[in-house]
Design a binder for this molecule. Structure first.
Ligand code: 13P
Ligand code: SF4
Length: 307
């Protein structure tokens, strides 16, 4: 392994004509080497627009898969193929096909945190930053299935006043925050605002002064007069918050269980070493059957057009 991994990765970027895209939940080192850091919508837009020959996706499998769906002729690398997502896993394709068949007149709106097979069964993809806006644009009398995240689905229902049939999936990270410990933190830090990702449970969201995607949370702390925040999402985002506003104080929301961790175990499988190795050996590569890719592309393109 080279001593200067940052330098070695920079050289490989040149050699491969590669772009490194990283989600905010990645280790700070990976964020610092990335060409672009963003939320799921920003990352999809970058993947759709890049003219690099190779996309190195520092995120989880469904994100790299989305990049491949948009770029069938490019090499898309994921540092660790095991970097999955508990939310995507909570929606198995065969069970979802039966669920969809039971609601034949419903349009399927799926959160981007799902597999290509689920995307292929969907009419429209959304992310946490555009879900409310997209659902608001659908005809008022159109029945909707929303999958796979029940918490985001419930939040969208509240914000839009629409009734939707929800698939009962959830994210293991955003479910772990303790309402009681957040309230205790608010008592200890009365000036701190709670800000939360919409994947959190309603018991946590009801204490939040602001709810939004990772990018929206970052913009919020930059624009706010407050100097102290309790952050109810994966704490990787705090790296960018701290860089953008070094004088502000960020407190990660604690998990319910003392032994549990609020870091995403899937996102954190990627390391700087694995990033270097995947570029050096051009593997592991994301591949998917062409019929699934073509079917999954349509609702993603629809999202990019509408948002
Ligand atoms: P956003 O990137 O839309 O904020 O979603 C967070 C997330 O859980 C990604 O897995
Ligand atoms: Fe999936 Fe949750 Fe991890 Fe995001 S934070 S990748 S939704 S398990």
């Amino acid at each position: 392994m080279p001593q200067d991994l940052f330098g070695a990765i920079a050289d490989l970027k040149q050699e491969l004509n590669a772009i490194v895209l990283a989600h905010y939940y990645q280790d700070p080192d990976i964020q610092d080497i990335a060409d672009y850091i963003g939320d799921s919508l920003g990352l999809s837009r970058q993947a759709a627009e890049t003219d690099a020959a190779v996309i190195v996706f520092a995120g989880v499998h469904f994100m790299a898969e989305t990049a491949k769906i948009l770029n069938p002729d490019k090499l898309v690398l994921l540092p660790d193929l095991e970097a999955g997502c508990s939310l995507a896993d909570s929606c198995p394709p065969a069970e979802f096909a039966a669920f969809k068949a039971a609601h034949p007149d419903h349009m399927v709106v799926s959160y981007i945190n799902c597999t290509a097979e689920i995307k292929a069964m969907s009419d429209l993809i959304c992310t946490s930053s555009n879900a409310v806006k997209l659902v608001q644009q659908l005809p008022a009398d159109q029945p909707i299935i929303f999958a796979p995240d029940r918490n985001l689905g419930r939040y969208v229902m509240e914000q839009t006043g629409r009734d939707m049939v929800l698939w009962q999936g959830s994210c293991m990270v955003h479910e772990t925050f303790s309402e009681r410990k957040i309230v205790e933190l608010q008592v200890q830090h009365p000036d701190a605002e709670v800000i939360a990702h919409p994947e959190c449970e309603p018991a946590v969201l009801r204490h939040a002064q602001f709810i939004g995607s990772t990018t929206a949370l970052l913009k919020y702390v930059q624009g706010s007069d407050r100097t102290s925040f309790i952050i109810a999402t994966e704490p990787g985002i705090i790296h960018q918050m701290q860089k953008a506003t070094p004088h502000k104080h960020f407190i990660p929301a604690p998990p319910m269980n003392q032994c549990a961790c609020n870091e995403c175990p899937h996102m954190r499988l990627n390391t700087l070493e694995k990033l270097y190795l995947c570029m050096k050996h051009r593997t592991p590569e994301i591949t998917l059957p062409e019929d699934i890719r073509v079917a999954a592309l349509r609702p993603i393109q629809r999202m990019l057009e509408l948002s």
